[in-house]
Design a protein around this ligand. Structure first.
Ligand code: SF4
Length: 226
C-alpha cells in the first residue's frame, strides 16, 4: 500500500500514532468536527492582497520591516505551489508521497522563505507559533525538493481582531486586526525524519494509544458495558 501524507496528517501522527495508523490504513476515519471558515476566508483575501503588491513589484506594508525580503516574483509557480491539487510534493523510493501547499513565499539573495498566514481569535501565547513547527519544516523541505534553496527559517503572519474603532463609518471599516509576524527556525531534517517515521508507523502493527488522550479508555468502557 502506498500513502499520501500532508502536514495535517503528520500532525495527527505527532498527536497520536494510533489514530494516525487507524485513519491512514482505512480502518477508522477521524471525526471531521466543525471547521471554522474564517481562517480560510482570510487566507484567500490575504493572498489576493499580497498578489496585488507582487504584480506591482512592491512589498506589502505588513511585511515591509522583515529583514529586507520581497515577495517571491514567480506568480505562476506560486499558483501551482498554492493549489491543493498540484502543490508541492516529494516521493520516497517506494512511491509514498508527502504533499503540501504554501500561502506565500519571500525571497532575498537567491533563497526562498516560507510565509504562512494564521488567523486566530485571540492574542498569541507562548505555544501559538510552536504549534506550526512541523508544518513549516515540511514546507521548507518540499521547496528544497523542488530544487530551490531556502533559508533555515520561515515566517508566520498572525492576525487577530483587537477592536472596533469609534466613529460613524460603517462597521466593516472600523474592525481592526493586529498583525504579529513570528520568525521560526526550520529543520528539513525534522521533516524528513517525520515522513520516514510516518511510513514506518503505517507499515507496522497498530500503535499503543496516546497517553494524553482519555477517549480510547472511555470507548473501551462503553463497548464493554453495552
Ligand atoms: S488515544 Fe485518542 S486519539 Fe489516539 S486512537 Fe485513541 S481515541 Fe484516537
Amino acid at each position: 500500500m502506498l500513502y499520501k501524507l500532508s502536514p495535517t496528517s503528520l500532525s495527527v501522527l505527532e498527536d497520536c500514532p494510533r489514530c494516525f495508523w487507524l485513519h491512514l490504513n482505512g480502518k477508522v476515519s477521524r471525526p471531521k468536527g466543525i471547521f471554522p471558515s474564517l481562517p480560510s476566508g482570510m487566507d484567500i483575501v490575504l493572498k489576493k492582497h499580497f498578489d496585488g503588491y507582487r504584480a506591482k513589484g512592491e512589498v506589502p506594508p505588513e511585511i515591509a520591516h522583515l529583514d529586507g525580503f520581497r515577495l517571491y516574483s514567480d506568480a505562476k509557480k506560486l499558483e501551482v505551489w498554492r493549489n491543493f491539487h498540484t502543490g508541492l510534493s516529494h516521493m520516497d523510493s517506494e512511491g509514498n508521497q508527502l504533499r503540501g501547499c504554501v500561502d506565500d513565499l519571500l525571497e532575498k539573495d537567491g533563497k526562498l522563505v516560507v510565509l504562512d498566514f494564521k488567523t486566530r481569535g485571540f492574542p498569541l501565547n507562548e505555544n501559538s507559533a510552536g504549534h506550526y513547527q512541523s508544518q513549516l519544516d515540511i514546507y521548507n523541505f518540499l521547496i528544497r525538493c523542488e530544487g530551490f534553496p531556502t533559508e533555515d527559517f520561515a515566517y508566520l503572519l498572525f492576525f487577530h481582531p483587537i477592536e472596533v474603532l469609534a466613529g460613524d463609518k460603517p462597521l466593516e471599516d472600523r474592525v481592526i486586526f493586529k498583525i504579529d509576524p513570528v520568525k521560526m527556525p526550520t529543520s528539513v531534517e525534522h521533516a524528513q525524519e517525520l515522513f520516514r517515521k510516518a511510513i514506518e508507523t503505517l507499515k507496522g502493527p497498530l500503535p499503543e494509544k496516546s497517553e494524553k488522550c482519555e477517549y480510547c479508555d472511555y470507548a473501551a468502557k462503553v463497548a464493554s458495558s453495552g
